[in-house]
Ligand binder design. Structure first.
Ligand code: MYA
Length: 219
């Protein structure tokens, strides 16, 4: 397992022509093929680029050079743009964080109705200050993996109603951390989700969140 469990069933049927229901698709697209076999390497190169941009102090000449290289890359991608539902990003369950560059890269170790266990490693570009992770990135990891625990519990898409993160100690960068999320209580469409983030035995942060299972067709 990397970005998500592979064997889940989703209860909301997709229509034949347009499986897009409300704000989310009725059926989650899961793929291991979109973007080709090296799509994960592309995402990794983008992350590495962001790491380097975060810490580099380039000369004006190098900035000029990199801008023109990036303009070429962007022009290439302009020729293959698709909508959010058909992009590989977020659907490639064989890749860390489902190939979504905006998420801290995590790998799901175990996932199901009982909850999700994942390893997550905040990158150098996730820096908040003083060499540790930005709290917003910690919340992002909790949101996605808390949302996954809720989704796997109800076999359907859920949306965050509130998300409280308690920052208990500093969260290191470039270190494999253990993130766990689980549904502590369900009340109809309301899923009360808890979570923890550990560096070894040390608790870095914990989560208290409410996710709402979306009604069919809900925007
Ligand atoms: C195999 C592949 C796996 C892939 C896995 C994919 C994982 C992806 C994970 C991605 C994860 C990313 C996820 C994201 O980032 S989702 C993006 C961030 N979230 C949003 O933008 C949400 C914006 N808000 C809304 O859309 C609506 O307000 C929602 C949908 C949340 C509820 O509006 P809705 O009209 O539907 O319902 P309702 O208003 O009748 O409320 C229903 C019940 O809930 C209670 N309530 C509501 N709000 C709150 C609150 N703040 N505190 C306490 N209680 C609250 C409410 O009182 C009521 O209770 P009751 O009266 O019934 O008792």
């Amino acid at each position: 397992m990397k970005g998500a469990p592979t064997d889940q069933k989703w209860h909301v049927p997709a229509t034949e022509d347009s499986p897009h229901e409300g704000g989310f698709r009725a059926e989650i697209d899961v793929t291991v093929e979109r973007g080709g076999p090296r799509y994960g390497e592309l995402i990794e190169q983008v992350r590495t680029f962001m790491d380097k941009v975060r810490y580099a102090n380039p000369t004006p000449e190098l900035v000029d050079e990199i801008i023109s290289d990036l303009q070429e890359f962007n022009a290439k991608l302009d020729t293959v743009l698709v909508d959010e539902w058909t992009s590989p990003s977020g659907t490639r369950i064989d890749l860390p964080a489902r190939g979504n560059i905006t998420l801290p890269p995590y790998e799901v170790v175990d996932g199901g109705e009982h909850g999700v266990t994942a390893t997550v490693e905040f990158r150098p570009f996730h820096l908040g200050g003083n060499g540790v992770a930005h709290g917003g990135h910690v919340a992002t990891a909790f949101d996605d993996l808390g949302g996954m625990a809720a989704a796997l519990n109800v076999h359907g898409i859920c949306r965050t109603a509130y998300l409280t993160v308690n920052y208990r100690s500093l969260t290191p960068l470039s270190t494999p951390l253990m993130l766990r999320t689980w549904v502590e209580r369900r009340d109809d469409r309301k899923l009360f989700v808890k979570g923890t983030l550990h560096d070894g035995e040390r608790l870095c942060a914990d989560l208290d969140a409410l996710f709402i299972a979306l009604r069919r067709g809900q925007a």
